[in-house]
Ligand binder design. Structure first.
Ligand code: HEC
Length: 210
């Protein structure tokens, strides 16, 4: 017990030794200043190195970030030779429709209503008239029209007078795949309000009391 005690006791000489080690450790740690203060261009710093005087450089023309190549023109524009296409760029599965429903209810239902009639609290209180998807013009519209509208938004007002866009673009917030999924879901919404007995498989018509 006695031996253990003396081994761990801090004599003044020992304290001095430990103090030195600590001091040296601090001194070494401070060396990082050299790296920290190295000559480098900070964000938006000017620079005399480049002819235009800017330290920040524009992307080299043609640069494409990894995974961001948009090689499928239709998927990203909804246009075929400049005209809104009437096919989906990928297969519509149940999962795609469910994703479309979820995204529609997140982004669009606040204005257009869950059933797509343009009836919502925003419409009622916000003084705007979101389109109903159950009007003939939109029933006849190609599916690419919905993709183009979600991508670009709608501007029908006079910018001078009205000041704001009727519906803003969702291109930066909803991925192209999800914009198509929403378009497909709008088609399902349209059918849900405009179906006839012929749309029901014969063997299931009895369930409707027909
Ligand atoms: C902030 C409210 C608001 C939100 C949110 C909104 N819209 Fe709209 N939308 C409008 C208004 C207002 C119009 C009518 C524009 C006009 O006719 O001037 C419109 C028009 C449309 C039209 C009809 C375009 C045409 O051909 O006339 C479609 C389709 C549409 N919206 C789809 C969507 C979809 C899909 C979403 C969700 C991704 C969405 N909107 C989100 C307000 C909104």
């Amino acid at each position: 017990m006695q031996a253990l005690h003396s081994r761990w006791r801090l004599s003044p000489a020992r304290l001095l030794r430990y103090g030195w080690v600590g001091f040296l450790a601090l001194l070494l740690a401070a060396c990082h200043q050299d790296m920290y203060n190295q000559p480098k261009v900070q964000t938006y710093d000017p620079s005399t190195f480049f002819a235009d005087g800017r330290g920040s450089r524009p992307n080299v023309p043609g640069t494409v970030a990894v995974g961001a190549a948009q090689t499928d023109t239709y998927l990203y524009t909804g246009l075929i030779n400049g005209v809104e296409g009437d096919v989906m760029p990928f297969e519509v599965t149940r999962a795609v429709l469910e994703r479309g429903q979820q995204q529609y209810n997140i982004w669009c239902a606040v204005c257009h209503g869950e059933a797509g009639y343009g009836l919502s609290a925003v419409a009622q209180r916000g003084g705007i008239v979101p389109a109903s998807f159950h009007q003939q013009r939109l029933r006849d519209a190609p599916i690419g029209h919905f993709f183009v509208i979600i991508t670009n938004g709608v501007y029908r007002g006079d910018p001078e007078k009205d000041g704001y866009q009727s519906m803003y673009s969702y291109a930066s917030r909803i991925s192209a795949e999800d914009r198509w999924a929403i378009a497909a879901y709008i088609r399902a919404l349209q059918l849900s309000q405009n179906a006839t007995l012929e749309d029901v498989p014969p063997e299931q018509r009895a369930n409707l009391g027909q």
